[in-house]
Design a protein around this ligand. Structure first.
Ligand SMILES: [Zn+2]
Length: 697
């Protein structure tokens, strides 16, 4: 069934007495989620918003912008805003058919004409409407509307210091004219690439994307070398409330096998108006049209065609999406003989990494006694495929010899929804007997499963970890469905620095730093950071340093200089934002720094040791393999008082037996640089564990 009618649109039926609502409901179920496209994708607005927030938070983005309102003639008044942009958010607005990007701005707004100039501090709000015009090229879907279609739809502000603009000025600044001038400014910023629009990498959708955007034939460069041509293909899209939905068309895709007599390839053109969100409860979802299975399973077709060879004919081949499986069936002919075959491909999302045993090296080259390494099997979320229920029916004219001549048939479905998903081999599909065929299909090696959960870090954001998980892969007559969740894990704001120092370090400079929440940036001209040093015994304030956040996210203090002789210091940090008359607290914390008695020499220990280290790998077909090499390993530095009476058994200091010990009375670097040297210090001796943020020296 391939119904293309729009949702909610009744067929022309003059005699119909049904009311509109029941008709809508009746037709609701009849449009497939793929809407006739080869594949359709739904992306929720939260994913788009998060992506914009992370882009905003990276250091390379300009957040302080001098904005000259453009788009008016030379006689128009000058309108200028020295703006700081807050983190943007994205809303998918179905009624407007647009992505709405909302940004709060704060800054000094200047109005100037020949009769004078006025400037006041303002807090403003801008909403920009972007139509969902998407282009696909080089595996990326880009938002690429005509810049003239990007419009500012909301522009409001309040003067934040309690003053006002003159009445005429105020009316002009709030007028549609100024809003349109801001639109022109945004369009200009897009033209010169000052505001890059986001793109989504869809290469992981694999074969369908390759078919939707085939590479163009290359052109020859000045020295006759082929130059790639980047061809862009439109991706029809629609905005529904809360999500962006897009479909991928395929034009004239030539599958490895075509039915006899068929000319031309597979063309699937969907109907953008029929796209609806189908992601629930996932963040991103993809559904593939069952008619696109020859594209998705082109690898299966390719291997079948190759195995059948030129002397025989693959007379029929059917790939279909059933309930929880792909069904493959077909027939092979040679003169009067016919063999029909069928099997199914079933997805699984529970994978197991096999166990293994890696024996000691037997040549004695290491001259160290080594125990074999035993690797336990491990279950994990991984997608893999198995072939089940193979059947072959051979007409009597086929002799065993003819079948044997067919040799091996390798089947590789190329189910590349997430690259590289599965290399899935069914060997010896047509052997010299149906039984053997059946046995070999069922025992086929499904290849290495692909992990369903990936953690992605960003080089520009060290406090964000993205967990991307394939939560659901299912097959139904509507087509294969994939549901993905995208979960950001954000490091919370924190005050970092030493919490205990031995008395001799009180004359050294100590460094404290604050980790800001995501979306709060130090170059925000309204953000303030206040550092204090207080005597906890009597509340005396020894340091009170308050100012703009820029260059103040860390703070240096030498305890003996600010207050000699104390046994404790409270180092406090407060982060707050002030716009006009309003103040918002963002973060506040205190480190209770304790000065501890000097410990007897030596204080710290580290060691070097030569150990045999295994190098192991897992081959999907041959299992575990490995060997040994000798490595000179230098330990982290440990506190000797903790080595002697280990507080935490996870501290590796116990492993120092037999090693070449080196004792230290001081750390081999300036204490103020301790952040850069954290990897040289034992997490347990100095930080209370790997997640610890404050040193006990
Ligand atoms: Zn330790």
């Amino acid at each position: 069934m391939n119904v293309r009618e729009h949702r909610g649109v009744a067929p022309s039926s003059p005699g119909s007495v049904l009311a509109e609502a029941p008709l809508s409901a009746m037709w609701e179920g009849m449009v497939a989620d793929h809407a006739g496209f080869a594949a359709a994708i739904t992306v929720r607005e939260r994913v788009l918003s998060d992506a914009l927030l992370f882009a905003y938070s990276s250091a390379s983005v300009a957040r302080n912008l001098p904005i000259v309102f453009m788009g008016a003639g030379p006689t128009a008044p000058l309108v200028f805003l020295q703006a700081f942009l807050s983190p943007p958010t994205v809303t998918c607005d179905g009624a407007r058919q647009a992505l709405i990007v909302s940004v709060d701005v704060a800054g000094d707004l200047t109005f100037s004409n020949p009769s004078g100039a006025e400037t006041h501090p303002i807090v403003g709000h801008v909403e920009i409407s972007i139509p969902p015009v998407l282009m696909l090229a080089a595996g990326k879907v880009r938002l690429q509307p005509d810049h003239s279609d990007v419009k500012v739809i909301t522009w409001t502000f309040t003067v934040s210091d309690g003053t006002v603009f003159k009445q005429d000025t105020d009316a002009y600044l709030r007028s549609a004219t100024v809003r349109d001038r801001l639109s022109a400014t945004v369009q200009w910023a897009l033209d010169i690439n000052l505001l890059p629009l986001p793109s989504v990498d869809v290469t992981s959708l694999g074969a369908v994307i390759d078919a939707a955007a085939p590479p163009a034939s290359s052109v020859l460069g000045p020295h006759g070398q082929p130059l790639p041509v980047l061809v862009e293909y439109p991706v029809p899209a629609r905005v529904v409330d809360g999500a962006l939905v897009a479909g991928f068309n395929v034009e004239n895709f030539t599958a490895p096998w075509s039915p006899p007599g068929q000319t031309g390839g597979i063309t699937l053109n969907g109907d953008a108006f029929a796209l609806e969100a189908f992601a629930d409860p996932y963040d991103i979802a993809v559904i593939t049209n069952p008619e696109a299975l020859p594209i998705v399973l082109a690898g299966v077709e390719q291997q079948l065609v190759a195995a059948v060879g030129p002397d025989r004919t693959l007379a029929s081949l059917t790939l279909s999406a059933g309930h929880d499986q792909f069904d493959v069936s077909g027939s092979i002919t040679e003169t009067a003989a016919v063999a029909t075959f069928s099997f199914s491909i079933v997805p699984h999302m529970d994978a197991e990494r096999p166990g293994g045993l890696i024996n000691s090296p037997d040549n004695g080259s290491l001259h160290i006694k080594i125990k074999p390494i035993s690797i336990a099997p491990r279950s994990y979320a991984g997608l893999w495929f198995s072939a089940v229920d193979p059947k072959i029916d051979i007409s009597f004219d086929w002799t065993d010899a003819v079948l044997a001549a067919l040799g091996f048939v390798l089947i590789e479905p190329g189910l590349i929804f997430l690259v590289p998903i599965a290399f899935f081999t069914i060997a010896q599909m047509l052997a010299d007997a149906a039984d053997e065929f059946r046995a070999s299909v069922t025992s086929a090696n499904a290849g290495a499963p692909v992990a369903c959960v990936h953690h992605v870090t960003s080089s520009t954001l060290d406090n964000v970890l993205l967990r991307i998980a394939l939560e659901k892969f299912s097959i139904s007559p509507d087509g294969p469905f994939m549901g993905v969740t995208v979960t950001p894990k954000l490091s919370p704001p924190a005050l970092v620095g030493p919490q205990a120092i031995p008395a001799n370090l009180r004359t050294q400079a100590l460094k404290y730093s604050v980790r800001l929440p995501i979306g709060v940036v130090a170059d925000d001209p309204y953000l303030h950071i206040q550092w204090t040093v207080i005597d906890p015994a009597n509340g005396t304030v020894h340091v009170n340093s308050d100012g703009l956040a820029k260059d103040r996210t860390s703070f240096t203090v030498t305890p003996e200089q600010v207050a000699p002789g104390l046994v404790g210091y409270d180092v406090g940090c407060r982060v707050y934002r002030t716009t006009g008359l309003a103040t918002t607290d963002i973060f506040e914390d205190v480190v209770h720094l304790v000065v501890t008695p000097l410990r007897s020499s030596p204080v710290y220990v580290r060691w070097t040791v030569t150990t045999p280290r295994p190098t192991v790998g897992l081959d999907p077909t041959t299992g575990w393999h490995g060997g040994w090499h000798l490595a000179n390993r230098r330990s982290t530095i440990h506190r000797l008082d903790r080595v002697n009476s280990p507080n935490d058994p996870r501290c590796q200091a116990r492993a120092s037996r037999g090693a070449n010990l080196a004792y230290l009375d001081q750390l081999p670097f300036a204490i103020i640089d301790i952040d850069k040297h954290r990897h040289e210090l034992c997490d347990y001796c100095f930080y209370g564990g790997p997640a610890g943020l404050r040193e006990t020296l």
